[in-house]
Design a protein. Structure first.
Ligand code: COA
Length: 377
């Protein structure tokens, strides 16, 4: 059978799934059939994570049990903290997260190679709930501070902000973080989820599965873009948005925060985040970067809107996080904290009906060469 080669596997189905659906033409995103806008407006991240992992929005009793499990597993072994302390403080938080995530599994041999569903569930809970602790701990350590012990009386978003800052989190900041986690939790067969499914299909341990996904997310064409958006907005000369954007488009340079392989209209998550940005600025005061961002969005629509290039989720997330005082290089780790719910859902789904991924290639190299003697090469 000859199969056409499709660069980047664009549009090629890699699996059957019941988890996330994207309608790129209409700008809609659904988690297990629920529109993202409704979930962001009415559910906490914990409810959304339950929906993704278990397949249903939890009843109160189910939610209580789920939240209790998450809170129970938040702490890190002191050796993981010691390990983080040994990494160079100039290292990127995504690299620290890849390293610490892959090491966690060694402490839990019972669910490192899980055959049974409850072992898999145990690993999923640990990974989901320890990721924010690792992100916050690394940030504290590199600043010369001791990591902050997680609190059992706080929700997932509030506890993360508390561990990051060692302060009682502001309710608006908690709301924004909670919604941002929901918006980033799942997105169909993107590069990092594909990496998770490929790694999971080998029956690798789940900590390695998520570690591979985090490493894949770190690239600037994927999750790393939200960091680049802020760097870009800061670099645009005052009053020069149009001239700057025209220059980028003329030279076919990709503007971070714009364009998407699937969405050909504005990313629905960008719309929700833009509204949240409005709430944050109303309370904390606007930022000149927001005005630049809005002008850039309008200009880009004129210049490349006809190619289906519109703001994606990363465009407004960084502006909001910055206003909350979150360091730029923690933006992608926050994305990873959220997407862990999606990766783990795909890992669980993959193992329900597993077949190891083994695509083919079109070989274009030489054949039947004889090795020359070393002096003749
Ligand atoms: N800025 C300016 N032009 C862009 C663009 C961007 N961010 N993204 C795509 N385009 C243009 C391309 O230059 C191309 O134009 P052409 O047809 O005249 O050659 C056209 O739109 C199609 O681009 P293509 O690279 O084929 O799209 P893709 O689906 O392969 O790439 C991304 C999708 C996300 C990789 C790409 O849009 C990108 O690099 N965006 C910036 C990084 C980013 O924000 N990533 C986060 C994604 S959530």
């Amino acid at each position: 059978m000859t199969v056409e080669y499709v660069p980047g596997l664009a549009g090629v189905p890699a699996t059957r799934s019941r988890i996330g659906l994207i309608d790129g033409q209409k700008g809609k995103l659904y988690y297990r059939g629920h529109a993202i806008e409704s979930l962001a407006a009415t559910c906490t991240f914990e409810e959304v994570a339950h929906l993704l992992l278990k397949g249903n929005l939890p009843s109160q009793a189910e939610l209580d049990g789920f939240v209790a499990q998450l809170r129970n597993h938040r702490r890190l072994k002191f050796r993981i903290i010691d390990f983080l302390k040994c990494l160079p403080e100039s290292g990127h938080p995504m690299d620290a997260l890849v390293a610490s995530m892959s090491s966690v599994g060694m402490f839990y041999p019972d669910n490192m190679y899980p055959d049974e569903r409850d072992q898999r569930w145990g690993a999923a809970m640990r990974i989901l709930t320890k990721t924010p602790t690792m992100v916050a701990a690394w940030h504290r350590i590199r600043c010369g501070d001791e990591p902050v012990t997680p609190r059992d009386d706080l929700g997932h978003a509030a506890n993360f902000l508390y561990m990051l800052t060692d302060r009682e989190p502001d309710p608006l900041a908690v709301k924004v973080m909670d919604v941002a986690l929901t918006l980033h939790a799942e997105h169909g067969m993107n590069a990092s989820t594909f990496a998770a499914r490929v790694t999971g299909s080998t029956l690798a341990d789940p900590y390695a599965v998520v570690s591979a996904a985090i490493a894949t997310l770190a690239g600037p064409l994927h999750g790393g873009a939200n960091e680049d958006v802020l760097t870009t907005l800061r670099a645009i000369p005052k009053g020069g948005v149009r001239a700057w954007a025209e220059e980028q488009v003329k030279h076919k340079r990709k503007v971070p925060g714009f364009g998407h392989r699937v969405y050909k209209v504005k990313d629905p998550r960008a719309g929700v985040l833009q509204k949240l940005a409005g709430d944050v600025f109303a309370k904390l005061g606007s930022t000149p970067l927001y005005d630049v961002a809005v002008e850039l969005e309008e200009t880009m629509e004129e210049l490349v809107g006809s190619k289906g290039v519109y703001p994606n989720v990363d465009f407004y997330s960084g502006i909001v996080y910055e206003k909350l005082g979150i360091p730029t290089d923690i933006f992608t780790p926050i994305f990873a904290m959220a997407r862990t719910a999606g990766w783990l859902s795909h890992w669980l789904e993959q193992l329900e009906n597993n077949r190891i991924f083994r695509p083919s290639q079109i070989y274009e190299g030489d054949r039947d060469l004889e090795p020359k003697a070393i002096g003749e090469r």
